[in-house]
Design a protein around this ligand. Structure first.
Ligand code: PEP
Ligand code: MN
Length: 338
């Protein structure tokens, strides 16, 4: 249930609402907006009786029961857009944020060449996996700590924040010492132990859409992060499984306007994992800019033919440079800049 307080309510009045919720054994999350305070009352019995309990309070403007399974990710709770700040980069703002780099960190020369190339073309965040959740146990699983160290070296040398995936709940604290943004992979979107751990940390998180998850399930997974108190959540559309087999996954472009309508969270698009082939990536990236995404996550490898992971879908530095020129022009058309 969402309780909106009257404009100008004092902290003491907010406290009355919070205390009443707690006395009923209900959870509370506050959205202290500049104009109004919104209180999400969570869990337990939020039926008519409980609704009335809040509606009678003099400082309460309105009480609405949210019928959707997700609450904190919803616009009912937070009407204004969330902006996630990483250094001087605002994700979810007019700045269209491009994150790029190899699927996996392989060695120092590879990550150095990659960071040089993506930075020169206008990407502002470096991606690189150190822990790779592979479908097969026999595939390359990532360099782990060595990979994280190489990422941080590249980050420092080129002054570029880094995003990297975390797979195990036990590794969250460790990986967040290296990363500026932690990535939850599609296969882990509903790994609730991992989400709970990430909810406790204060590092921004990119939550990829599970490839068989509905938008509602995805936003409900985001609620795990928000409920833990981590407000720095970015969604990432990366394609879903359909009957279509000429691409690796079907990029659900429609999720962009849907998410923008129902949620306040920033949303980026990963055309690489959806496309599965480098030749399809630019068109899908352009479509994402046009449809209103807040950024892109793109795989770029200095030498895709030699890549240990996802070489077929990785752009070469020169293909990426060409795409970035197009992305910059398109961003302007939709009122943003790269
Ligand atoms: C990745 O970003 O390298 C990755 C594994 O993506 P996904 O989780 O979307 O498959
Ligand atoms: Mn990949």
């Amino acid at each position: 249930m969402i309780v909106v307080l009257k404009r100008g309510s004092t902290p003491e009045q907010v406290d009355v609402v919070v205390k009443r919720a707690k006395s009923l054994g209900l959870g509370v999350q506050l959205n202290l907006g500049t104009e109004t305070v919104v209180v999400a009352i969570l869990g337990g019995n939020t039926g008519q009786l409980a609704t009335d309990t809040f509606a009678v309070l003099p400082m309460v403007e309105s009480v609405t029961r949210i019928m959707k399974p997700y609450k904190l990710a919803s616009r009912e709770f937070k009407p204004e857009n969330t902006i996630v700040t990483v250094g001087d980069i605002d994700i979810g703002s007019e700045h269209f944020v491009v994150m790029a780099g190899p699927c996996a960190v392989e060695n120092e020369a590879q990550i150095t060449e990659a960071v040089k190339a993506v930075k020169a073309s206008g990407a502002c965040i470096l991606r690189g996996g150190a822990y790779k959740p592979r479908t097969s146990p026999f595939s390359f699983q990532g360099l782990e700590q060595v990979g994280l160290e190489l990422l941080v070296r590249a980050k420092k040398e080129f002054n570029m924040p880094v995003i990297t995936e975390v797979v195990n709940p036990q590794d969250v604290a460790f990986v967040s010492q290296y990363a500026d943004i932690l990535q939850v992979g599609a296969r882990n979107m509903q790994n609730f132990a991992l989400l709970t751990e990430l909810g406790k940390c204060r590092c921004p998180v990119v939550l990829k859409r599970g490839f068989s998850a509905t938008i509602t399930e995805w936003l409900t997974a985001a609620d795990y992060l928000l409920a833990g108190g981590n407000k720095q959540v970015i969604l990432c559309e990366r394609g879903i499984r359909t009957f279509e087999d000429s691409v690796r996954f079907s990029l659900d472009i429609s999720s962009i306007p849907v998410i923008k309508k129902v949620s306040h969270l920033p949303l980026i698009v990963d055309p690489s994992h959806a496309a599965g082939h480098y030749s399809l990536v630019p068109a899908m990236a352009r479509a994402a800019v046009a449809a209103g995404a807040d950024g892109l996550l793109i795989e770029v490898h200095p030498n895709p033919k030699e890549a240990l992971v996802d070489g077929v879908q990785s752009l070469t530095p020169s293909d990426f440079a060409r795409l970035m020129t197009e992305v910059k022009s398109l961003a302007k058309v939709v009122g943003r800049y790269v």
